[in-house]
Design a protein around this ligand. Structure first.
Ligand SMILES: [Fe+2]
Length: 479
């Protein structure tokens, strides 16, 4: 079996398993839980689905009193129950069509939350975004408690934000819902929740286009930043002849960062990406001296998700109009002069990586470093730009626009996106943690590295009872 095929294996659940220390020492002072969300079961009844359309599996490793306790649970999703009972895929997914050709998918549009994606902590629960909404989980056992209140802000054809973010400025959770315009433009509604899931702010704006597809967000003192990664050809997607994500294109101006004013009724400011480039994630953003600065990750070309299909599914060739393997991802720093409106986007090709993590207490504030999933030495994967099968992690110096320190685990070890966990007050004083998979042994591990110098390799490695497929995103829940 090819090494990269491990991503399609359904992971095993686990309850309160103490992980053995394989090498190094327990990181003194590290207390909290590393969480992972990503695809779990990639089969709806007898229908195989694209990697990113699998039902969510959340895993957590809790560091406490010199030991690590591991739990892994499939999210108890009503849609999964219905589809397993039906024995087939019932709902069309963003990356997978229902069997039966175009007719079986005609008029069915689903971009609800995209895919099994983010995990975050809010209101006393761990929250997982899944294929049809967000679900609350017990923070210790990871058992599903039920749907999250955030699901109420959108319905029907709306896109619910897959990646809500904590905003240290307000102390609120920030999320959005994008509602397609039937006659006019699409609209976005940004909502803030307090710790009890009570809505505390709401801003609604027209996006001036139809077919906007959004992903990550961030909040600065005065703006919400939203990433638009392309434009959906709605009629083409609705006809059902291709999967929905294949109907996303990158005409000039389609990929941009939207800066939505948090207060008042000022217009949305646009930070366009260089033509032909695509972006999904924001490392961080801040405002200082009349400037808005946004650090994103960016591809030189349009990302093709087809290689993440299991064998026998998908179109098997390049997406029309897209490179099979665009350049990147790289760091891109946007600077917008809030007075003159002058905008600059600088792509830093010496700073490669995706799925960035920064210190949470610097969210929306000036930062220098980001920790990213880095390609490392390629293995046998068919394309190199999907971070799900990357082989390393890196510390980026975003001010210098370069990789400051890279841990390359080698071509047969897959490394998830890293997560920063703080120790002291200096920006890079802490650990970065990630989940790994060793194709040679078939073993899954949890690794801890020094955030200041990941290149030194793991300071501790813990063995998992069973391998985990790659994560969509990871997060840190302090004790
Ligand atoms: Fe994401």
């Amino acid at each position: 079996m090819a090494d990269h095929a491990f991503i399609h294996r359904a992971p095993a659940e686990a309850r309160a398993v103490e992980l053995p220390l394989l090498s190094g020492e327990f990181p003194a002072g590290l207390r909290g839980t590393l969480l992972r969300n990503g695809p779990g079961i990639q089969q709806a009844g007898s229908t195989p689905v694209h990697f990113l359309d699998g039902y969510a599996m959340v895993a957590g490793a809790r560091f406490e009193d010199g030991r690590v306790i591991y739990n892994a649970r499939h999210v108890d999703l009503p849609l999964a129950r219905a589809e397993q009972a039906a024995g087939r895929l019932v709902g069309r997914r963003p990356f997978t069509n229902r069997p039966g050709g175009a007719l079986a998918n005609l008029g069915r549009m689903s971009l609800r939350t995209g895919a099994a994606h983010e995990v975050y902590v809010w209101g006393g629960s761990v929250v997982a975004s899944d294929v049809d909404g967000h679900y609350l989980l017990d923070p210790i056992t990871l058992d599903t408690r039920g749907p999250a209140p955030i699901n109420a802000i959108g319905g029907g054809l709306s896109q619910l934000c897959a990646m809500p973010r904590f905003d240290p400025h307000s102390g609120h959770l920030v999320a959005y819902v994008m509602t397609p315009g039937m006659l006019g433009s699409d609209t976005v509604t940004v909502v803030e929740y307090d710790g009890g899931w009570v809505e505390r702010a709401r801003v609604k704006r027209s996006l001036g286009v139809k077919g906007a597809v959004l992903h990550d967000l961030c909040a600065t003192a005065n703006h919400y930043l939203l990433v638009q990664f392309g434009l959906l050809d709605v009629p083409r997607a609705a006809l059902g002849g291709c999967v929905v994500l294949d109907a996303v294109g990158l005409p000039p101006g389609a990929a941009r960062i939207l800066a939505v004013p948090r207060r008042g009724d000022g217009p949305i400011r646009e930070l366009p990406l260089p033509d032909g480039h695509q972006s999904f994630h924001i490392a961080n953003a801040w405002e200082a001296d009349g400037q808005l600065v946004v650090d994103t990750t960016i591809y030189d070309g349009m990302l093709d998700f087809d290689p993440l299909n299991p064998p026998g599914l998908g179109r098997g060739g390049p997406k029309p109009g897209a490179s099979r393997e665009p350049g990147g991802p790289f760091l891109c720093r946007h600077t917008l002069d809030l007075v003159s409106g002058a905008h600059q986007a600088v792509v830093h090709r010496e700073a490669g990586g995706e799925a960035p993590s920064v210190r949470e207490d610097l969210g929306g504030r000036r930062h220098r470093y980001a920790w990213v999933s880095a390609q490392g030495t390629p293995g046998d994967e068919p394309v190199r730009n999907a971070y799900y099968w990357y082989h390393g992690l890196a510390k980026l110096d975003c001010d210098a626009g370069r990789t400051a320190s890279l841990w390359d685990a080698g071509p047969r070890v897959h490394v998830t996106a890293p997560q920063f966990a703080p120790r002291g007050t200096a920006e890079d004083d802490g650990w970065v943690l990630a989940w790994t998979h060793d194709a040679a042994s078939g073993r899954g591990e949890l690794v801890v590295l020094d955030a200041a110098e990941p290149a030194r390799g793991p300071v501790a490695r813990f063995g998992l009872p069973a391998p985990l497929p790659p994560a969509s995103h990871v997060t840190w829940m302090p004790a």
